[in-house]
Design a protein. Sequence first.
Length: 113
Amino acid sequence: MITIYHNSRCSKSRGCLAIVQEQKEEINIVNYLQTPPSIEELTEIIKLLGISPIELVRKNEAIWKENYKGKDFTDTELIAILSNNSKLIERPIVVKGNKAVIGRPPEKVLDIL
C-alpha cells in the first residue's frame, strides 16, 4: 500500500499522485488539510523521511511567518505545531512500507516505488 499526503490544489502534489497511480498499486490518498496527521503519524513520517521536524515546515506560509518564525522550538513542539497547522506541512509526502519521500520534484517519488 502506498500512502500519499496530498493537496489537490498543488501542482507538485498532483504530479506526484499521477506518478504513484501509474504503479497500479493500492493507494491511500490523505487530504492532509482536511484530515491532518496526528502527532504520532507525523513522528513516524519524519522518522521514515530521515529528516528533522523543521525540514518538514513550509517556512514561506503566512502562518509560520506571523506566529513561529525566529522562535526556537523543540522537535516535539514543532511536530505539535505541524499537527495543529497542517498547511505548514511540506507536500506531497509519499510513504511505502518503511520508506518515505517528499515529492519535490514529483519524480523523486520514483526513489521509493
